[in-house]
Design a protein around this ligand. Structure first.
Ligand code: ADP
Ligand code: MG
Length: 319
């Protein structure tokens, strides 16, 4: 089972940033208002994510580490309408199989926190306020072949920060802070969506982009389309979320590229942020273990709407 877990972990956990992504997903699913990410050596030596969410009842702590144990959906039918970031119940088990992990958690009903050591299964009393802290130490320590594929600490750190930025842009209502080796790297307080975009991507991106809002039936698109000026300073900042989940999708990037071609006659690396909200039954998020890919029921409608939203935003900026 250890081996199966480690193999499964390969699909979910590629590098420290994958750990950050999964742990922050869990914090957000738990209703956190504030999420703290602490990293050591680019996350390779340590990733700690602390939240002020609902916490995990002590009786369920061991379950949280079990493969395919999720508290988020009870049946396959619910997958159609899943509103949480997680639902597969494999992240914590996968991460625990390739690291030294511990979870400390406290619910509103507890008078102190409990800490579970993943390897020994030992449960002890701990101190923290309501919420959960997950500590992941020495990623891939027992799988040197995997550890060998990690890049320098600086590169891994950059990936970790990028993972938090993706969450931060999608959840402006939540405060985020990232620390590395005891130093504050970035901090974003709860804000409006406009303000969060400025805080994360910079005032210059806001000045050099046009906001759009477009809705068509079960689909709502909002975001900002970068103008050519923005591409010079920040090429390749291309962010797309579907129902709050950061995704990479060829269909969507193609639609956007074709809008840029139409209006601006081609722009190699347009920068943009696009938030797609769609009725959950019209999109399958269970396509890839990391959920970075999605499948739309009506791809053509998505393509058309995305293209339209960007054409309108870009054409308006030229008049
Ligand atoms: P999933 O998120 O797909 O359910 P995970 O392996 O990521 O699976 O987490 C397993 C379970 O542990 C979750 O379903 C949840 O009940 C619990 N859990 C994990 N992290 C937290 C957290 N930060 N706060 C509250 N509960 C959590
Ligand atoms: Mg999860």
């Amino acid at each position: 089972d250890e081996l199966i877990s480690q193999i499964a972990a390969g699909e979910v956990v590629e590098r420290p940033a994958s750990v950050v992504r999964e742990l922050v997903d869990n914090a957000l699913d738990a209703g956190a208002r504030n999420v703290l990410v602490k990293l050591m050596a680019g996350g390779v030596r340590g990733v700690v994510v602390e939240d002020d969410g609902c916490g995990i009842p002590v009786a369920q702590l061991p379950l949280a580490l079990k493969r395919h144990a999720t508290s988020k959906i009870a049946s396959l039918n619910e997958l159609e309408s899943v509103a949480t970031m997680g639902f597969r119940g494999e992240a914590l088990a996968a991460i625990a199989s390739v690291s030294e992990m511990s979870i400390s958690s406290r619910t509103a009903d507890d008078n102190h926190a409990h800490r579970l050591d993943a390897r020994s299964g030992e449960l002890s009393a701990a101190a923290r306020s309501r919420g959960t802290s997950v500590e992941v130490r020495e990623l891939f320590f027992s799988t040197p072949a995997r550890r060998k594929f990690l890049k320098t600490d600086a590169t891994e750190l950059a990936h970790c920060v990028e993972a938090v930025r993706r969450h931060a842009l999608a959840r402006p209502d939540v405060g985020f802070a990232i620390w590395h080796e005891g130093k504050l790297v970035d901090q974003w307080r709860a804000a409006s969506s406009e303000q969060r975009i400025a805080d994360v991507l910079g005032d210059d991106f806001v000045a050099e982009s046009r906001a759009f809002a477009h809705s068509a039936g079960p689909l709502a698109l909002t975001g900002r389309a970068g103008l050519p000026e923005a591409a010079r300073s920040r090429a390749d900042q291309q962010y797309v979320w579907v129902n709050g989940r950061y995704v990479r999708d060829k269909l969507i990037s193609h639609a956007i590229r074709s809008a840029y071609e139409d209006v601006l006659h081609g722009q190699r690396q347009p920068s943009y942020v696009l938030f797609i909200e769609i009725a959950p039954e019209l999109v399958d998020v269970n396509v890839h273990p990391t959920k970075i890919e999605v499948r739309f029921r009506d791809g053509r409608a998505i393509h058309q709407s995305v293209r339209r939203a960007f054409i309108d935003a870009l054409a308006q900026s030229r008049s």
